[in-house]
Each structure stands twice: as structure tokens, then as C-alpha cells.
Ligand binder design. Structure first.
Ligand SMILES: Cc1cc2nc3c(=O)[nH]c(=O)nc-3n(C[C@H](O)[C@H](O)[C@H](O)COP(=O)(O)OP(=O)(O)OC[C@H]3O[C@@H](n4cnc5c(N)ncnc54)[C@H](O)[C@@H]3O)c2cc1C
Length: 394
């Protein structure tokens, strides 16, 4: 039986592990954290992600923990004027054959980890930081920082933006700061003004920044992401904290609903948004990359985690069908253009979401009418939502 080693037990690593185990391929996952416990943040999962999660048998479990957001809207930063972006809920199922979920990240990881352990109880090794690997024609050996080693037929670097496996394959990382930071936080819904407690995702757009909020956990919690042009913070981390005072200062002048929201965020986290030049290749013989390790992207299409989910699915389909290293090369070929297009589409949204013209109400309205035509929205999202990782050729 073939064995695949996976560095990183995040969204990419656990989805790949589950998809491989479901196809009868043995896996071992090595995760640096001592517990699979994430800092609180939400993640939006459009139909192209939930389609895969349903195919892997975890859709209903996730549905119970998520919020089925009914629609998304654009709002003007200071007046709160509202434009429809698209309907979701039943429409997502009718149109794309799968729902749109908004999920608390720890819930998603928990559901994936439980499903992996149902397939193989001891597949996930915690407190196991990967340091490097060696490979030859017969196999690959993963080296942990503890000095321990593990052997397999293939290795998947699913170890996130700072991937050690990527660096071992292709040399030092060259991230470039975008000049934008992202604030993140969550608030129990009952602490928000009543009129804000809606099952709708809102994108507030403004000069120099934008805010996205959407419900999680059947509407019990609201997730906040506030992106802001700021050059004094360069740390790319899920766990770096800021203060509420700093967050309030960053969004001074925004609508009262935003002020009310920010005041209730107990622990705001901040993340410096970096871009990396696209990799020419993801694979060297028996070693490949998945998720952010292969294609980190700005969160402005809300697709990074979904790309990680799609990667896991396509990789497992390739490995079920072909030998190593052929399967890894086929996986890379099947995925690379789509990932690159998503990276580019996410970056293109910066100037749509933050634009100096939004400072002026009249110009701002004209800008929104021009940028969010139904044709423009369809061009930006349809190709993402319709992709089916469970059937694309590998
Ligand atoms: C503000 C913000 C909002 C976002 N919103 C969305 C959204 O709405 N929808 C969406 O689809 N995406 C969103 N994303 C993107 C998404 O979160 C990432 O694309 C996704 O987490 C990538 O998953 P991953 O498994 O590749 O990486 P990660 O989730 O970072 O997981 C990597 C794992 O590898 C482990 N690891 C790292 N190094 C090692 C090592 N040396 N050895 C062992 N383990 C290691 C880490 O501990 C971690 O568990 C957002 C991102 C940000 C910053």
C-alpha cells in the first residue's frame, strides 16, 4: 500500500489526508501545533469548496456548525448605502449544486480532523514540526525538528504561507508587503445592534480600507475582517494580536454600525498581507505543495481556503489513478492555472474594495454602479463557483 506524508495539518493538509484515506491510500500528517486549535476567525466557503466537502462526507456535519448566509451586499463605508452583490442560500444550491457556508475556522478543522481520524485513528501527529526531507527513486524521507524521520512514497508540503517544504524545494521565500493589513475578530451576535443580526455577508468599501462581516455558527457569532492600507505592520501570522483602541483608530469616521461592531471585539488579531511571485513549479519528483504553501493569495476573493480544499481533492484523485511521481505532476498541471488566476483575481480586487474615489459620495456611487454590474460580478465569480474538483481531468 502506498503511503503519503503530509507536512501541515491545516485546511490543505487535512483535506488531502481525508481525500487520500477515502481512496484507500495511507497517510501520515505531521502538524507543528501541539493541539489542533486555531485562533478565532471565520472563513467563507463557496460552492466550489462545499461541493468537495460534501463529496468527502463531511458536508452535513459542517452545515450544522456553519451559517448558510443568504446573500452578500456591498455597503458604502460612511453612509451605509447598500447594493446587492449576489443571492446565496437556496440560490447557491440551485445554481451551483452546493451551498455557501460561512464557518468558524476551528469548526472546519475539527470536522476535518474528526473525519480523518475516523478513517485512521493515528494519522495525525501533533507537536511534529517538519524541518526538511531527502528523496530518491525509491521514496522520500521527512525529517522532523525532533530528529525523528518518516518514510513514504510522496510528500505534500501543506505547511502554509511560510512553508519549510517550499523553501527546501525552491529556496528562500520572497514575500512582498502589499501595504495592507487585515484585522480579524469575532463578536457574539447578541452584543451587536439588533438590526445588524442578519444572515447576510456585507462588504463595506471605502477609501484606503474595506470591511467584511458575515455570520458564523447558525448566526450566533459575527465574523469581522477589516483591511486597511497601513505600512507599519509587517507580520504575517494567524495569532499576532492588536488592541481594540488601535482598531478603533484605524476605522475612525466609518459608519456607526462599524463603530458599534469594533467596540465589541474583545481580541482583535492583525495580519500583514503579503504577495509572493507565483511558483514556476510546485513539484520536484516525489514532493509537491498544496494550499498556501503553493499559492498564498490575498483574501479578497475569499478563496484561499477553498483552493486548499480543491487541491486536496485533485491531488488524491491523481494519486488514486497514477503512480508517483507522475500523479504529482498531473496534479500540479491540473491546478496551477486555476490557482494563478485566483491569486491574480484576488489582487485585482484591492482597488475595487479600497478606492480613493469612495471618499466622495457621488463619485463613490458611480464607482459602485460601474464596478458591480451583474455582468462584472458574474465574470469575477462564476468561473470560481462552477469549478468541480471532484470531476476535473487530472
Ligand atoms: C484575513 C484572512 C481572511 C481569509 N478569508 C478567507 C475566506 O473567507 N475564504 C477562503 O477560502 N480563504 C480565506 N482566507 C485564506 C485561508 O485562510 C488560507 O488560504 C488557508 O488557511 C490555507 O490553508 P493551508 O492549509 O494551506 O494553510 P494553513 O491554514 O496556514 O495551515 C498550515 C498548517 O501547517 C502547519 N505548519 C506550518 N509549518 C509547519 C511545519 N514546519 N511543520 C509542521 N506543520 C507546520 C501550521 O501550524 C498549520 O496548521 C483568508 C485569509 C486571511 C489572512
Amino acid at each position: 500500500m502506498r503511503r503519503v506524508l503530509i507536512a501541515g495539518g491545516g485546511i490543505a493538509g487535512l483535506t488531502a489526508a481525508l481525500a487520500l484515506l477515502k481512496r484507500g491510500i495511507d497517510v501520515e500528517v505531521y502538524e507543528q501545533a501541539a493541539e489542533l486549535k486555531e485562533v478565532g476567525a471565520g472563513v467563507q466557503l463557496a460552492a466550489n469548496g462545499t461541493r468537495v466537502l460534501y463529496a468527502l462526507g463531511v458536508g452535513e456535519e459542517l452545515k450544522a456548525l456553519s451559517a448558510e448566509t443568504q446573500a452578500k451586499e456591498i455597503r458604502l463605508w460612511n453612509s451605509g448605502e447598500t447594493w446587492k452583490l449576489f443571492d446565496l442560500g437556496p440560490l447557491s444550491i440551485e445554481r451551483y449544486g452546493a451551498p455557501y457556508f460561512t464557518v468558524y475556522r476551528p469548526d472546519l478543522l475539527e470536522v476535518l480532523a474528526r473525519a480523518v481520524r475516523r478513517e485512521k485513528a493515528d494519522a495525525i501527529h501533533l507537536a511534529s514540526r517538519c524541518a526538511g526531507f531527502a528523496q530518491d527513486d525509491d521514496g522520500v524521507t521527512l525529517r522532523l525538528e525532533s530528529g525523528a524521520t518518516a518514510s513514504g512514497d510522496a510528500l505534500v508540503g501543506a505547511d502554509g504561507v511560510h512553508s519549510r517544504i517550499r523553501q527546501a524545494l525552491f529556496g528562500p521565500d520572497k514575500p512582498e508587503f502589499t501595504g495592507v493589513i487585515a484585522w480579524r475578530g469575532i463578536v457574539p451576535m447578541q452584543r451587536l445592534p439588533k438590526h445588524m443580526a442578519r444572515m447576510v455577508g456585507s462588504n463595506w468599501i471605502g477609501p484606503g480600507g474595506h470591511i467584511v462581516h458575515y455570520p458564523l455558527r447558525a448566526g450566533k457569532v459575527m465574523n469581522f475582517v477589516g483591511a486597511l492600507e497601513r505600512s507599519d505592520w509587517r507580520i504575517e501570522s494567524w495569532s499576532a494580536r492588536g488592541t481594540r483602541e488601535e482598531l478603533i483608530a484605524d476605522f475612525r469616521g466609518w459608519h456607526d454600525d462599524i463603530q458599534a461592531f469594533i467596540r465589541e471585539i474583545d481580541t482583535p488579531y492583525k495580519w500583514a498581507l503579503m504577495v509572493r511571485p507565483p511558483l514556476e513549479r510546485w513539484t520536484v519528483n516525489r514532493v509537491t505543495l498544496a494550499g498556501d504553501a503553493a499559492h498564498s493569495m490575498l483574501p479578497f476573493l475569499a478563496q484561499g481556503a477553498i483552493m486548499a480544499i480543491e487541491d486536496g481533492c485533485v491531488l488524491a484523485r491523481g494519486l488514486a489513478e497514477y503512480g508517483v511521481p507522475d500523479a504529482l505532476k498531473r496534479y500540479e498541471n491540473a491546478r496551477k492555472d486555476r490557482a494563478r488566476r485566483t491569486v491574480e483575481g484576488s489582487a485585482a480586487n484591492i482597488h475595487r474594495f479600497h478606492n480613493p474615489v469612495l471618499a466622495d459620495p457621488e463619485e463613490g456611487r458611480r464607482f459602485i454602479d460601474r464596478e458591480w454590474t451583474s455582468r462584472g460580478i458574474a465574470d469575477r465569480y462564476e468561473w470560481l463557483f462552477r469549478y468541480d474538483a471532484t470531476t476535473v481531468p487530472v
